[in-house]
Design a protein around this ligand. Structure first.
Ligand SMILES: Cc1cc2nc3c(=O)[nH]c(=O)nc-3n(C[C@H](O)[C@H](O)[C@H](O)COP(=O)(O)OP(=O)(O)OC[C@H]3O[C@@H](n4cnc5c(N)ncnc54)[C@H](O)[C@@H]3O)c2cc1C
Length: 666
């Protein structure tokens, strides 16, 4: 099968407009005859479900939480990008497009990214109209801050709770449609397979997680909006429930999986504290607007801090190494995440890390508190030389901007970050890879679409901060509602899809068989036992730095672990009742396959780009070294029975509007 990305012809800035002007439409009366399943109600699925229902389609929405409001999107902290140029600092659609392609280390599809930049401004208008309380300046205008990889301020935010506020907006839009009967909401349901009839996606098999009942649901198209797969590493900043099952099941039914090895390791997370841990906590990138990152300049000081003999505040300015400002003077602390994460690892590996484990660097707000404090003193006509007063005034400003993040840090680490610099270390955060989709956001299965973090998205090999919310809402509010109509136009006379078709029966039987297999397995170890082992292999050999030897070992070890899992996993309870161990077993089974494909993808990509860092391919200064001649393509894998037999398809990436150059943030 050959990949057709269906990119429209014409100049980049006209493609989307011209395309929309000429695609097939479904008239309002006919939309009432069409059913669409949306799996996932995070920002991508929630916005899509609300918009499709508003347009008149009958939507069936699914999520495994007890409410759409609890989707992982609620965790997003820092903000959402849009090329509004409210700051008059030189932003534009082109600049957002350029920053995103460059940020992704030139491994994204130009046409999709340009469309994303074009619709970004509409998202803000939409959310403001919904009543989302985005932060405003003193004069009432919407405020912006900066995120990594950009030289402008284009990030809209709601304190450190942007995802929550945006999700409440999408949820209220959904709720209106639930009230009208246009969305049938299936909370606490997990999709466990896709049903294909005559080559088209026509439904899903879902398990009611409360009663254990297995259900068949049909539709004319299926939209997967199930989020990312960062939890393949066991420890990540993702919600505990985030998983790859929906995306992996469609992969096994024919949807190609693209760039699985592109994973984002976020530089500012609370460091791992021990083996007992099952979750990591993000400290939003927005903190890098004001926080300065450093480690001690001397190995002796680093050792003394690790041993508790010195405190960071004992070190003078001259004794600190602000290594990002030193290495990347023009972007400083706001270099993209992949660059910042690797720089932290480099310092810690060289022995300069703080924290007992030696795996942490400082994120320090002392300079910002001083700066803001003095400014406030001038504004208020107070004494700018009164040190205590300046600290008090500056602390208030910082608390106003990031208060909930500081509170969260203090609760977890039990140290006051206004006084002692925060300790941070990189952690798995986001997956740029996912199901391959064409320009219409359709996978290689006709009628099966994929949006938000679950698709391979617009972020190439590295996502810029505040761009995931933008992409999820762009897909759901402004892209899919058009492109799905083009696909559905010939379906207006099809009528209801029966769930009695043999394809539904077969898919349901397969799901039942898998569930029963776990319950009847007489193993010794819990699901978490295997998940932790997988996570360790992934982090050690497929994590922030990879090499061919480690990747070969990982492939082998994951395949072995999978066999052991099926032999020795113990899942208590029954299939026809509430059973969280069973839910986890199904998810970890998929992670154990995905992990192997992930390592295989990383092994085949003999270059470093964005979040994919192969130790063999780096410059003398330790920067990622791309190989555009041989690897400027999307790697889309076709399932052939097991991960080791997956077949690689390549979608060449053509750069007509942005010149391919080695990335620099100096
Ligand atoms: C801590 C944290 C902070 C972040 N902050 C930011 C930020 O400031 N800005 C930014 O741009 N991005 C941020 N991100 C990234 C961003 O939050 C996510 O990429 C984005 O929210 C993903 O949205 P989504 O709709 O694609 O998926 P999700 O929000 O993950 O939703 C997935 C949905 O799918 C459902 N689902 C999954 N599998 C199944 C199944 N098998 N059956 C039924 N339902 C299923 C779930 O129930 C859920 O409703 C952050 C991420 C993290 C981890």
């Amino acid at each position: 099968m050959s990949l057709d990305s269906k990119i429209p012809n014409g100049p980049i800035s006209d493609k989307w407009t011209n395309y929309k002007d000429h695609i097939n439409l479904v008239n309002p009366a006919n939309k009432r005859n069409i059913d669409i399943i949306v799996v996932g109600t995070g920002l991508a699925g929630g916005s899509a479900a609300a918009t499709l229902a508003e347009l008149g389609y009958n939507v069936k929405a699914f999520c495994f939480q007890d409410s759409p409001r609890r989707a992982h999107s609620i965790a997003a902290q820092g903000g959402i990008n849009a090329a509004k140029n409210y700051q008059g600092d030189g932003d534009s659609t082109f600049r957002l497009f350029y920053d995103t392609v460059k940020g992704g280390d030139y491994r994204a599809r130009e046409a999709n990214v340009h469309r994303l930049a074009e619709v970004s401004a509409n998202i803000i208008d939409q959310c403001v109209a919904q009543g989302v309380p985005l932060a405003r300046e003193y004069g009432g205008l919407l405020d912006n801050r900066s995120f990594g990889g950009t030289l402008v301020s284009r990030t809209f935010y709601a304190k450190g709770q942007t995802g929550q506020q945006l999700l409440l907006g999408a949820y209220s839009a959904m709720n209106r449609q639930i009230g009208r009967g246009k969305i049938k909401m299936h909370n606490r349901h997990e999709m466990l397979d896709l049903v294909i009839v005559n080559g088209k996606a026509r439904g899903i098999i879902a398990r009611n997680l409360v009663t254990g009942e297995i259900e068949r649901h049909s539709a004319h198209a299926v939209v997967i909006a199930s989020g990312g797969y960062g939890n393949v590493f066991f420890l990540s900043t993702n919600a505990m429930g985030s998983n790859a099952t929906a995306a992996w099941k469609i992969h096994k039914k024919g949807a190609f999986f693209a760039n699985p090895c592109y994973t984002q390791i976020h530089p500012t997370c609370i460091p791992v504290s021990g083996d007992h841990q099952s979750k990591l906590t993000l400290m939003s990138e927005s903190l890098r607007n004001d926080g300065r990152i450093w480690v001690p300049k001397s190995l002796e000081d680093a050792k003394a801090i690790r041993e508790g003999k010195k405190k960071p505040t004992d070190l003078s300015e001259e004794e600190r190494d602000y290594y990002l400002e030193r290495r990347y003077p023009s972007f400083g602390n706001l270099v993209p995440r992949d660059v910042a994460s690797r720089a932290a690892k480099e310092r810690c590996d060289a022995g300069y890390g703080v924290n007992k484990t030696g795996e942490a660097v400082y994120l320090d707000f002392a300079a910002a508190i001083q700066r803001y404090g003095k400014e406030q003193a001038y504004i208020k006509g107070l004494d700018a030389d009164d040190k205590k007063l300046v600290i008090k005034l500056g602390t208030d400003v910082v608390a106003n901007k990031y208060g909930n993040l500081f509170q969260m840090y203090e609760k977890i680490v039990d140290e006051n970050p206004y006084v002692t610099p925060m300790m941070i270390y990189p952690a798995v955060h986001y997956t740029m890879g996912g199901t391959w989709v064409d320009y219409n956001l359709m996978t290689t299965i006709p009628g099966c679409f994929s949006i938000g973090e679950s698709n391979f998205s617009d972020h190439g090999a590295n996502r810029l901060g505040a761009s995931a919310l933008m992409q999820g809402l762009a897909d759901g509010y402004f892209v899919l509602p058009y492109t799905i109509g083009d696909y559905l136009a010939p379906d207006i006379k099809t009528g209801k899809i029966s769930t009695d078709l043999p394809e539904f029966v077969e898919a349901e039987n397969n799901v039942r068989e898998q569930l029963n297999k776990f319950i009847n397995n007489n193993g010794k170890h819990s699901v978490d036992h295997f998940h932790k082992k997988l996570g360790k292999i992934m982090w050690d050999k497929v994590g922030m730095a990879r090499n061919a030897e480690g990747l070969n070992e990982a492939i082998h070890e994951i395949a072995e672990l999978r066999e052991e899992f099926y032999r020795d996993v113990k899942v208590p309870g029954s299939i026809d009742s509430f059973n969280q161990e069973l839910e986890k077993a199904m998810r970890v089974a998929d992670f154990l396959e995905l992990g192997e494909l992930f390592a295989k993808d990383a092994l085949h990509r003999n270059e470093s780009c964005g979040g994919h860092f192969r130790e063999e391919y780096q410059t003398e200064e330790g920067e990622a070294m791309r190989d555009d001649e041989n690897f400027a393509y999307v790697a889309a894998w076709e399932y052939k029975g097991k991960p080791s037999e997956a077949v690689l398809h390549k979608e060449p990436l053509v750069y007509e509007n942005i010149k391919l150059v080695q990335r620099s943030y100096k």
